[in-house]
Design a protein around this ligand. Structure first.
Ligand SMILES: [Zn+2]
Ligand SMILES: [Zn+2]
Length: 330
């Protein structure tokens, strides 16, 4: 099969992904073999390809927002032809203290799609049968793909921030994840304030109904109940914190941050304000979010790339050059 293979991490401008013919994945017990119909491109893929997340295996195939069709390893629940989604959560042990507490996103032996196991920048992929999600018919391939990480983890971020119906919520950064989170927030009747770099991102936020839109570290004109930061920047985290009311929460939706700058505890954290990171996702997050997405007919903005253009897709993500999400169709 054809796949985009990472031999050694380098700056994305060096085109570290090699488009190559590799052996087809072979079905194995407990797994389904999928023909990849679409695979979303996530900023985490960029962190893997550029080496901010250290490589775990040579010749890794990235991609963890896979829409696929079962072509092997079918079961009664997942017959041949079933259309399913695969996300970042490739598998857990089910036995560690975190799994037993229902916090499988923190599992000690977690395995990530497109990082620990080969992902969806390919024509075929294997996935653990217990970690795929049947996709509702209402969500077509291209528009379902970005929901599978950007959407689910954005949704989890809102949960981690403790968003309640009708609150004032800030989104700092307005890429693939935030432009889906805003739709969820509107379904929950929240007012949404967006601080982001890039004029086209600000225009997109306005067109999607943001109550106020400003620059990357601008503070909204009101105190926020909750904020989620999406940019991999510590300055943005501090700006979000400075926008909160007492008792408010900032959830950091970034697997990697450049740094956390010094900030004034008395002004920014005192008053029971909270700073929380968002780590991975649970299968429950995925199921709840996909059901909500189908109900509110959530439709991401997508830009399509071919598998041959995998490096270009990541360059576009790095440069914030596309509005919404990039999707590879192999
Ligand atoms: Zn576990
Ligand atoms: Zn992701």
């Amino acid at each position: 099969m054809k796949a985009a293979v990472l031999t050694s991490p380098q700056a994305i401008t060096q085109h570290p992904l090699r488009i190559a013919d590799v052996a087809d994945p072979q079905p194995k017990p407990g797994h389904v073999l999928l023909r990849v119909r679409a695979c979303g491109v996530c900023r985490t893929d960029l962190h893997i390809v550029e080496g901010e997340l250290p490589p775990k295996h040579p010749n890794m195939i990235p991609g963890h927002q896979i829409v696929g069709e079962v072509t092997g390893g079918a079961t009664k629940d997942l017959p041949i032809g079933t259309r399913v989604g695969v996300s970042w959560l490739g598998g857990t042990d089910g036995t560690c203290p975190y799994c037993r507490r229902g916090e499988e996103n923190l599992c000690d032996a977690i395995s990530f799609t497109g990082y620990d196991v080969p992902g969806g920048y390919a024509q075929y992929a294997l996935a653990r049968a217990e970690f795929v999600y049947r996709l509702p018919d209402a969500l077509d391939d291209l528009h379902a793909a970005p929901l599978l990480c950007a959407g689910i983890i954005g949704f989890r971020s809102l949960r981690v921030a403790g968003v309640q119906q009708g609150e004032r919520v800030g989104l700092f950064g307005f890429g693939a994840s935030a432009h889906l989170a805003i739709a969820v927030l509107h379904a929950w009747k929240c007012d949404v304030y967006v601080s982001t770099r890039g004029e086209s991102h600000r225009e997109l936020a306005t067109s999607l109904g943001a109550k106020w839109v400003g620059g990357e570290t601008d503070q909204p004109p009101v105190e926020l109940d909750r904020a989620v930061t999406f940019a991999p920047s510590g300055d943005v985290v501090v700006a979000a914190l400075a926008s909160l009311r007492k008792g408010g929460v900032v959830a950091i939706n970034a697997i990697h941050l450049d740094r956390i700058p010094q900030f004034d505890y008395d002004k920014l954290l005192w008053g029971e304000r909270q700073l929380r990171s968002v780590a991975n996702m649970t299968r429950e997050d995925a199921r709840d979010f996909l059901a909500l997405a189908a109900r509110i007919a959530l439709k991401p903005r997508v830009t399509v790339f071919s598998l041959d253009q995998a490096n270009e897709a990541l360059i576009a993500v790095k440069n914030d050059a596309i509005d919404g999400a990039a999707v590879i169709v192999p």
